[in-house]
Design a protein around this ligand. Structure first.
Ligand code: HEM
Length: 156
């Protein structure tokens, strides 16, 4: 009886484990191990960084008023998705482009610098390698013209 049960369940168990290996491989294969996403430590590291980053941002009176009417739970989720995609993560960014997302905020250079400074301090505090911090900050700087709604390079 015990043997019969084992024979009945074996094919199911095999199918399930094969399927989970295939799905796991699919997700893993989408991440380039050399990507910034992989090098910073993947989704968990990005989640921790974004949480700490918004703690700092919301405690800073130079910029926190921008978020007065923003649902921060949603904002934090979006920022995690955006950063993951920008660093080469497995899922694409499906939200607004950076120009559209910020076009009504009338942001200045100083606002951008404060935000960039908090992100940099967050990454340093989380003990990210100096070189990685530099690479991420270069990437963030590349969004500046869009975030500040300035004409992009080449279109001036
Ligand atoms: C430093 C580069 C920045 C990046 C990468 C960034 C990224 C984002 C992302 C991904 C969103 C969500 C877009 C969506 O709804 O689909 C967003 C929205 C927003 N960002 Fe930024 N942002 C940056 C700079 C700033 C700055 C400098 C400020 C203000 C100090 C700011 C304030 C906001 C606000 C208030 C929203 C919410 C807009 C809304 O829901 O109506 N961002 N940002």
């Amino acid at each position: 009886m015990k043997n019969k049960l084992l024979f009945c369940l074996l094919p199911f168990a095999l199918t399930i484990s094969l399927l989970s290996v295939a799905v796991g491989d699919d997700v893993r294969n989408k991440v380039d191990p050399k990507s910034l996403y992989a090098r910073v430590g993947g989704q968990e590291a990005i989640n921790a960084a974004v949480d700490l980053f918004y703690e700092k941002l919301l405690a800073d009176e130079r910029v926190n008023f921008f978020f007065d009417d923003v649902n921060m739970k949603v904002q934090i989720r979006k920022q995690k998705e955006f950063l993951s995609a920008a660093l080469g993560g497995p899922e694409p960014w499906t939200g607004k482009d950076m120009r559209k997302a910020h076009e009504n905020l009338d942001l200045r250079e100083e606002d951008f610098s404060v935000v960039a400074e908090h992100l940099q301090n967050t990454l340093v505090e989380l003990k990210l390698d100096h070189k990685l911090v530099e690479e991420i900050m270069t990437l963030v700087a590349s969004t500046k013209d869009d975030v500040l709604n300035k004409p992009s390079e080449g279109k001036k």
